[in-house]
Design a protein around this ligand. Sequence first.
Ligand code: BDP
Length: 687
Amino acid sequence: NQYDSCWLRYERVPDGRLDSYRRRCRHAYIAEKAPELSAVRDELRRALPDLLGSDPHLWQHPPTTADGFLAIGTPDDMAMIAESVPTDVVDDLADGGYLLKSVTWNGQDCLVVTASTDRGLVYGTFHLLRLLNTHEPVDDLDVREEPAYENRLLNQWDTPFHRSVERGYGGESIFDWERLPDLRPRYEDYARLLASVGVNGIVFNNVNTTKPERASANAAFDAFEGWQLLESHRLEAFTSLASVFRRYGIRPYLSVNFAAPMLVGDLDTADPLDEEVQAWWREKADEIYELVPDFGGFLVKADSEGQPGPYDYGRDHVDGANAIARALEPHGGRVWWRAFVYGTHEDRAVQAYDTFEPLDGDFDDNVTVQIKNGPIDFQPREPVSTLFGAMPETDLGLELQITQEYTGQGVHATYHLPMWEEIFDFDTHADGPGSPVHSLFRDDGEGVVGVGSVGEDHSWTGTYLAQANLYAFGRVAWDPEASAEAVTEEWVRQTFGGDEEVVDTVTRILHDSWEACIDYETGGLGLMHMMHNGEEYLENHYYPSPEEWPGYHGATEEGIGVDRTSTGSGYAGQYRDPVAERYESVEDCPEELLLFFHHLPWTHELADGTTVVQRLYDNCFAGVEETKRLRDEWQSLEGEIDERRFRHVAERFEEQVAQAERWRDVLTDYFYDYSSVADEQGRVGDD
Ligand code: BDP
């Protein structure tokens, strides 16, 4: 195969299960009509021969000659299904929800996959194939599933025409806009991967739609920029791509440039209150919907890192977002407006809340404010954003980073699911105690967004283990309360097979990897942003270089950390009590975030009597030891999994250990240079 099948690798199931699977799945009766159902049929044709060892028989009416069969359709389309399942339960399912049920019909042993929408049938089918692929029993199935959030979106940070992916570590972009409308098989395979975990929307291009200022040195970016996708002659390419994803229930979106009326159109302003500007957006929206009736809408990065925005015209984010949203509104489209703004406040953490919270209630109904999980920028660990739960009158979206910009990029094994679990479980107290992050974003128009990671590499994600982050994103956006262990194990079984030793080992590696990365990259007390930032476009963000960022961690000869309490930037006070009180107080602030909220003497004693500087040393060393342990665990799999993937990951683990040591050495030297406090164990200090 030219590229990896990821978790959609279907292998022959063991004999013990084969009879029951064959009886219920070898014949499949599938409703005709929707494009999604042709995708379902194709997936069965792909999967069942490999799983069951023979081609499926596909029927357009209930097969009469078989002992049993699989039935996939809505109760409205298939009488057999209406007779077999409680139709009121099906009708009540949210869009995308589905039932899987083992039933006896006409004396036959059947499996029913049903839903109220065709998209739900796609998800139900993938769920069933997952069960077969992980050898779960299906004779007594009674599954009812519904997505927690209406919107589960992928944000590609692909730069069209240049085929690069900003922060993409899986090679160049899979999307070849120059050749579209010609399609590549890879598009469909990507849609399958996304649909199999419930993703229902994709933004095809980077949020940076004009070359960021910092890119001026790089001539390659002069040629083509993302805003050009809105040009009329390019919409054919977009229409073609949309048709692939539509079959899998995935709505297409575009990132747009706020100044598009000037760049794409020929107006001399993009002032959102100008009537010609508003008319331009309306006409553009009409033109797109004419071609792509299920178009999802626009994603906008405005007044952020050099992208144009409403501030250029003395307007605010509400004026900007609403002007564009009104053009989409008649078509049911939505604006996703990012809250990633900083630059005018000394402490960047306070700015998003300062800017957006006062605007609560003023955004139109079809605007969603899209907020990164933390106040800084996808750091290995951050406290959750103060905006969550703070704008009850506004639709909000949570933005997570699937790609590993700050967590070892395409090399390190750093699994993000434990981080996301921590974020989702955090109690915001937005509605009193018991208001975890996962309980937010549940209204229509809200949802969860992941910044993508795939590229042309064989592995799609730069390293095979990083596929787990893409998988976990979809699963957690579907059900943020699902057990992380179960999701991880499910991924491992589908990706590496069912050998228990392999399953346990890989699951453990993934599970422990995030804390290891935090330790060697930050020292584990809430410090962050210690990476190198070069002059070049897309600074690498990979190597350690703490001295570049004094403001982010506040090292002085006396101490370290940033005072974000009421005596400092006041960021802690943006949370609701008792969260604000907890972070305000040195004693109550959780140790893993201590130096994010407090500037403390190097010799400040932590709860167990260890000093701050000693803990930083210890954690940096522990992170490296842990990484070595994870590498050794991986080594123990030699011969247990295929050579290609084994060796690929093993090589990266060697590199990860070397990089972890480099982070440890640079960070501990940095702490020592400022503090002049020697490490108790003599590992750091003057030789
Ligand atoms: C930062 C990335 C940068 C993105 C920016 C964003 O370093 O490449 O353009 O976020 O989210 O994490 O807009």
